[in-house]
Design a binder for this molecule. Sequence first.
Ligand code: PGA
Length: 313
Amino acid sequence: MLILGRMHITLKQLQIIEAVVQTRSYTLAAERLHMTQPAISMQMKQLEHNTGLILFERQGKRIVLTAAGQDVHQHSQQITSNYNDLIEAIREAKDLHTGRIKVSAATTANHLITQMIANFSKINKGIKVALKITNRERLVQQLQDFEPDIVLMGEPPSKLDLVSEQLIMNPLFVVAHPEHVLAKKNNIPLKEIAQYEFIVREQGSGTRAAIERFFKDRNEEFKSTLEMGSNEAIKHAVTADLGLGLVSLHSIKLELEADKLVILDVNQLPIKRFWHIVKRKGKHLLPAAKQFQDFMIKESKAYEESYKVFLKK
Ligand code: PGA
């Protein structure tokens, strides 16, 4: 309710102005607003009394705006339209079938998250999912800024207040060109593989950090030659026989199927990492986002199944 000195204007009164202007009749406006005709005319009388303006006049059977009424109507139209937008936005946000979800995922989870969104969108056509793919370092920044609803990433950062749930395993393997000297060798010792130079992801990548940690924990040196900003670039370099890669199984399915890359049989490998669904503590998930989160958990199991064949090779 707007109160200016003695001037009281309610949203209901503004909605009545709108309905009367559109229908040119108190009776039809009353029907539209599910009110009685006397209630409508009483509200308008009260508004005219409170504002000190005559807003409507009768022209035969029609009710039309006076000049002062037209001025008031111009503003009330804007307010009722904004109010209707607000109601629509609230309805959308609450409605399971028309919500919007902001998802961010690690570069390495690109294939997994895209598959999840594609399958989710097939059965939830009204829900819009906006996806951002970036490396771990930038995901942490986004979480810090409360930007995404849900994040799919490797280890959740410990320095932020988060809620996380572990999903499926994200195994990292050494990959090589099919003609590489080690391609057919079994049980390659980690020491031997550590003699080779690797093509690696950029600083800030979670995969890179995990690999360096893995070698350090085993007192082995990890040597790198080329540094690449994406898994795609690493795969291209390895298929061009420029060196070895140590990458997520989830990023090399097509290359393995096409025999463009092979997984080397290295002792102590794969490096066992896990995907996590992460959100900021206190970030309220709307129904659509909660539904997507449940879907991710279910879908990831099917995804893991589809990779079992490569784990046995
Ligand atoms: P990234 O992702 O290597 O693409 O940064 C993995 C992770 O989040 O740890």
